[in-house]
Design a protein around this ligand. Sequence first.
Ligand SMILES: Nc1nc2c(ncn2[C@@H]2O[C@H](COP(=O)(O)OP(=O)(O)OP(=O)(O)O)[C@@H](O)[C@H]2O)c(=O)[nH]1
Ligand SMILES: [K+]
Ligand SMILES: [Mg+2]
Length: 487
Amino acid sequence: MWRELWTLAARAARGSCRLCTRQSSGAPAFGSGATIFALSSGQGRCGIAVIRTSGPASRHALRSLTAPRDLPQARSASLRLLSDPHTGEPLDRALVLWFPGPQSFTGEDCVEFHVHGGPAVVSGVLQALGSVPGLRPAEAGEFTRRAFAHGKLSLTEVEGLADLIHAETEAQRRQALRQLDGELGQLCHSWAETLTKALAHVEAYIDFGEDDNLEEGVLEQADSQVQGLVVALDAHLRDARRGQRLRSGAHVVVTGPPNAGKSSLVNLLSQKPVSIVSPEPGTTRDVLEIPVDLAGFPALLSDTAGLREGVGPVEQEGVRRARERLEQADLILAVLDASDLASPSSCSFLDTVVALLGAQSQRLLLVLNKSDLLPSAGLGPGPDLPPHLLLSCLTREGLDGLLEALKKELAVVCGDPSTGPPLLTRARHRHHLQGCLDALGHYKQTRDLALAAEALRIARRHLTHLTGGGGTEEVLDIIFRDFCVGK
Ligand SMILES: Nc1nc2c(ncn2[C@@H]2O[C@H](COP(=O)(O)OP(=O)(O)OP(=O)(O)O)[C@@H](O)[C@H]2O)c(=O)[nH]1
Ligand SMILES: [K+]
Ligand SMILES: [Mg+2]
């Protein structure tokens, strides 16, 4: 239905182009080009829906729908009767907000209509806007794109905004807000400034190297600036993709011998019956993945087949897949049956998998499940155990402790968005930082000053591209594709 509304509005907008009358308001408008409009709040029946416009005809659109009233005071809400500009038919009693540019989200003249969220009201207002000359429906991400074009947001801030809209966990929200605040962009700007200084020194030496007036040691200064930058960039790139994990989820893999309660744990953590649980060993055979919010961090939780040898070909394939998945894990949840620690399958799991993964320093939490089956004295004498947590999937005892431990581990794996330097959340960020670092490598190697200067320019260009300066259209298209219509 929403698509139909949209087509109607688009048609109304196209119709108005044929009639094309000039803007009647004599006041100078801020911004240029077409004026766009869209439903900016979520789709579907709701209490209040927000429709907004951006562009020079916003003022005219507001006047047309609220005639004969004056423009409301800038940036404060006013109650107005909206009616169709052609038929005069009342559409809704709504709050309207008038944001004259450049003090608006896009930097252009903008209007927000906060209307009642019924489909008929929304479609009526969209159609009315479509019939105002100079207005057309917005494309996906077009409001944000205009904000970027008018210097209201840098590219990393745009990405932060997209992430904020899509954020599903607390940690993602914090990270997105920091990026929206421009922290990563500011860091890149300060790095680019360092490079500009170094470049100025090298160029001065090229131009006036023979000149006695040139202060001593200009080249050495440039070298030490570059060296400092290399160290900083290196540290950022070595953050081991934490920011990307925070954006797209850490891989958390549940493993253990058959029947330890792996699937029970996956169901408990995801709060959904995603995996089949049964008393029969070998129930899970394929890798089962589910995105979850683990203690505020985004994770992709994988349930896997119980590890054992000498079973049928199907289960063996499951075991092979489980091992493969373990290699890609950011964090492993190793599960054992606490009441069955002396069994051959538990011992073999502890001796091989847990010991091996520990030696490879992969992050691992050992969970002893079914604690409800233990005698009241707790774990009896048994094998020497590495640090572990006791849990009962059945009674949920120990769940809080496990979530607390998961939170600590995931803060290491994903980076803690409340502290520390801004994280690189996208492959694009890494690409440009690596490009910058490579160019600085060339700078250090070459003995030719002209080539050294060029290397500094290339390095600086990578940093500028990262924040969207001189960005190519394709990059912009990819980034703005993440947005929905109305944003
Ligand atoms: N008493 C008790 N039983 C549990 C607990 N957790 C799981 N179980 C039972 O243990 C059995 C095996 O549980 P699953 O979750 O299927 O174990 P699994 O490790 O996924 O098993 P496979 O997929 O076959 O390797 C089921 O009968 C569960 O009900 C627990 O905390 N306490
Ligand atoms: K089972
Ligand atoms: Mg299972």
